[in-house]
Design a binder for this molecule. Structure first.
Ligand code: SF4
Ligand code: SF4
Length: 62
């Protein structure tokens, strides 16, 4: 099962992953201004998040 991992040190809270994930895996933690992996089991491994995160903060594990 693919699973995205967010490096919180790198995440800038830009919201790109929340917008582009076709499976709505991510959610924004508005207080902390960090993306969180809300529904890891929904991930289909498309890697759009990994490619498009401007901070390089997401890695998708196989
Ligand atoms: S796209 Fe990257 S930097 Fe932007 S909120 Fe998601 S994990 Fe954080
Ligand atoms: S790999 Fe695709 S489905 Fe999985 S979290 Fe990233 S954008 Fe969403």
């Amino acid at each position: 099962m693919p699973k995205p991992i967010i490096d919180e040190q790198k995440c800038t809270g830009c919201g790109t992953c929340v917008e582009i994930c076709p499976m709505q895996v991510f959610e924004m933690d508005k207080k902390r201004k960090k993306a969180i992996v809300k529904k890891p089991n929904e991930c289909i491994g498309c890697r759009a998040c990994e490619v498009q995160c401007p901070a390089g903060a997401i890695k998708v594990q196989d």
